[in-house]
Write a protein that binds this ligand. Structure first.
Ligand SMILES: *[C@@H]1O[C@H](CO)[C@@H](O)[C@H](O)[C@H]1NC(C)=O
Length: 350
């Protein structure tokens, strides 16, 4: 009898132990599941996609590059990697500027652009020689300069970014499109500008329709142009379509046949892009490319409109580091003085 009682007790104890073991396992699994979830939540942050932003640093206007970078960096939490493209002799200056200012925290690489690649591809007779600066053509060679990334943002140096650059990076490119741009007639305010200052916003403003080669393209001269100062590009597609080769071909043809319009509203880099990307580009939200702030020293946008803008572009002659210029305060907010003192703002009272 006593033996049976003993066996019963042992069995009961075993049962209790088993239940305990099962319960422990359940709880433990649940807590480790929680932990896994937490791990999952954390990992996207660690492997957060890098956003490559390509921007040029040209001698004499490096303050523009610095202001643009500082505006981008200050308005995002994203993991931005700046590719700063310069000529051999300009790179040490911008490097010092960044390393000796609050920009020293940014992630950046400097890339040297060799202007020899442009040999024989640029006509030297344009009315605005500043537009022939070799760095204007950097955007044609993006896949050669940036190898590690599929999706890339290119920005002109005369921009200020007020929004989160992640939003621009998330611009969708349609299948088969190598790039996205902003169309020149996408905003009503642009229409006013076109009327008031005679701005060009069609293909006719960039290409000489008296030339057979241009007429043979079969593009209506009244087609809206686009501005390649802000580009979101797909390097895989760019390489597949040999976009760089196509652009070079039109540069060469222009040297031989003078194909660009003499009025050339927006610069020599625009015309070949209008040809190569005609009907083959996606669009950027217009608020991510508010243009023409440098078009005239008297034409201003409303303050309210500019507050809503995500990106401001001073394309045109009147640059915000020079005088006269408009909406200069919006640019100067982001400017960081040159620690070497070489770059100086031009101001009426200085
Ligand atoms: C880029 O283009 C390639 C080839 O068309 C495509 O497979 C890829 O999904 C595109 N990537 C992006 C980010 O649009």
């Amino acid at each position: 009898m006593a033996l049976l009682k003993k066996i019963n007790q042992i069995l009961l104890l075993l049962l209790i132990l088993t239940v305990c073991a099962i319960l422990y396992n359940k709880v433990h699994k649940a807590s480790s599941a929680l932990r896994n979830e937490a791990d999952d939540l954390e990992s996207p942050k660690e492997m957060e996609e890098e956003i490559p932003v390509v921007i040029c640093a040209a001698a004499g206007r490096m303050g523009a590059t610095v202001a643009a970078i500082s505006s981008i960096y200050s308005n995002t939490e994203a993991n931005v990697l700046f590719y700063i493209v310069g000529l051999k002799n300009t790179i040490p200056h911008i490097r010092k500027w960044i390393e000796n200012s609050k920009l020293k925290e940014i992630k950046f690489k400097t890339v040297e652009f060799n202007p020899m690649v442009l040999k024989g591809k640029i006509r030297q007779d344009a009315s605005r020689p500043e537009l022939l600066q070799p760095l204007n053509f950097v955007r044609f060679y993006l896949p050669l300069l940036i190898q590690k990334h599929e999706k890339v943002i290119y920005l002109d140096d005369d921009v200020i970014v007020q929004g989160d650059i992640q939003e621009l990076y998330d611009t969708k490119l349609a299948p088969g499109h190598a790039a996205a741009f902003s169309d020149d007639c996408d905003l009503p305010s642009t229409h006013e500008m076109v009327r008031s200052v005679g701005m060009q916003n069609t293909y006719m403003g960039f290409l000489d329709y008296r030339k057979q080669a241009i007429r043979d393209l079969g593009i209506s001269p009244s087609t809206c142009s686009f501005n390649p100062g802000v580009i979101v590009a797909n390097m895989t597609e760019w390489k597949n379509q040999r976009v760089t080769k196509q652009l070079e071909k039109w540069m060469q043809r222009n040297v031989e046949e003078n194909l660009y319009s003499s009025t050339l509203g927006g610069g020599v880099a625009t015309s070949p892009m209008l040809i190569v990307f005609h009907g083959k580009h996606s669009t950027i939200n217009p608020m991510w490319h508010i243009r023409h702030l440098g078009w005239s020293p008297d034409t201003r946008y409303s303050e309210h409109f500019l507050q809503e803008a995500k990106l401001l572009h001073w394309n045109g002659r009147y640059k915000p580091w020079d005088y006269p210029s408009v909406h200069t305060d919006l640019w100067e907010n982001w400017f960081i003085p040159d620690p070497s003192g070489k770059f100086k703002l031009t101001r009426p009272d200085s």
